[in-house]
Design a binder for this molecule. Structure first.
Ligand SMILES: [Zn+2]
Length: 334
């Protein structure tokens, strides 16, 4: 059989196929028994002169397998011998199988290179070494020289994961650092803005601290039934400043309010500062916005050092309005 093995495509090389074609053209009755003998190649040609009955088609499968040893016969070795193929960009197992004339198609290539390719036959990478025409060397043999590709992949993935993790961590750190910087910047801006506002509007907070009891908080400790001012946290001796320019209308003992200062401002509103430990101004005195008028304390009916602060529409008790709202409306950031 000199022709056999020259080319593995059955179309031109297999004498059995030629026999089939010859018989096929001769007549359907002769073709059927021969299909069983020639195997799947006949069907692959698409030139079968007769439709294959189901039984005959099924009969091809074992025949095809039986035919394989013949294909791997020594005569076919020069062209069909086991060889290594390096995957290039754009390759797929089926493309390789077709281009490299691999009998059995991509399934054969995949089967022979199962350990190299891995779980997914559609995932092959340029540079991947595939064994064509025979089984890839057993994993055990390869392990002797280098880690199995699967293992390498896993290690690579782990390394990549770690790097990604580190990158993420450093990014998160950078971001939080940036946020902190931004917040600090905003605070500085706010303070600067607050100073600018004070300069522009002449208004400022009486003490630089937060609120402990808000305006209109309800409770039995206040004669009106609610808190007529706002309490700022202030330890005894904290400088207290006039929230805006105006004239001192009273500075002295105010009963439950202890030592207190009341100032009439240019817009007709009054501000009251109570429970002071010391007074720094006298009645009738003109003050500028931000000028110190005394020190905070806990005089009068007070549970502890703080600054009780009110804004009123008149000089006396009971004409209170929202003090923080007033300051905010006058550009004080609170
Ligand atoms: Zn109060």
């Amino acid at each position: 059989m000199p022709a056999q093995g020259k080319h593995r495509r059955p179309k031109s090389s297999s004498p059995l196929t030629r026999g089939f074609v010859a018989a096929g053209t001769g007549g359907a009755a002769l073709a059927l028994p021969l299909i069983g003998a020639t195997g799947a190649n006949a069907a692959d040609q698409g030139a079968a002169p007769v439709a294959l009955p189901q039984a005959a088609a099924e009969a091809q499968l074992p025949q095809q397998r039986a035919a394989e040893p013949r294909q791997a016969a020594p005569a076919a070795a020069p062209k069909t011998g086991t060889r290594t193929y390096s995957v290039v960009s754009g390759d797929s197992l089926s493309k390789i199988a077709a281009d490299q004339d691999v009998r059995g198609g991509w399934q054969k290539v995949y089967g022979d290179n199962r350990e190299v390719v891995g779980e997914n036959p559609s995932l092959i990478f340029p540079g991947m070494k595939l064994t064509l025409g025979g089984k890839a060397p057993a994993a055990a043999e390869r392990k002797a020289t280098a880690p199995a590709p699967q293992q390498q992949r896993t290690e690579r993935v782990e390394r990549t994961d770690k790097r990604a993790e580190q990158r993420t961590e450093s990014r998160v750190e950078q971001r939080s650092q940036k946020r902190t910087e931004k917040r600090a910047e905003q605070r500085t801006e706010q303070r600067t803005e607050s100073k600018r506002q004070t300069q522009r509007s002449g208004f400022s907070a009486p003490v630089p601290s937060g609120v402990s009891t808000p305006y209109r908080a309800s409770g039995g400790s206040w004669s009106s039934g609610y808190h007529t001012g706002v309490d700022f946290r202030a330890s005894s001796g904290t400088p207290v400043k006039a929230v805006a320019a105006g004239t001192v209308v009273s500075a002295g003992w105010g009963g439950a309010y202890g030592n207190e200062v009341v100032i009439r401002h240019n817009d007709g509103r009054y501000s009251q500062y109570a429970h002071l430990s010391a007074l720094g101004v006298r009645s009738g005195q003109s003050v500028s916005g931000g000028q110190q008028i005394g020190y905070s304390g806990s005089t009068g009916n007070s549970s502890g050092p703080h600054l009780h602060f009110e804004i009123r529409t008149g000089p006396g008790y009971g004409s209170d309005i929202d003090p923080l709202g007033y300051l905010r409306n006058n550009g004080v950031p609170l």
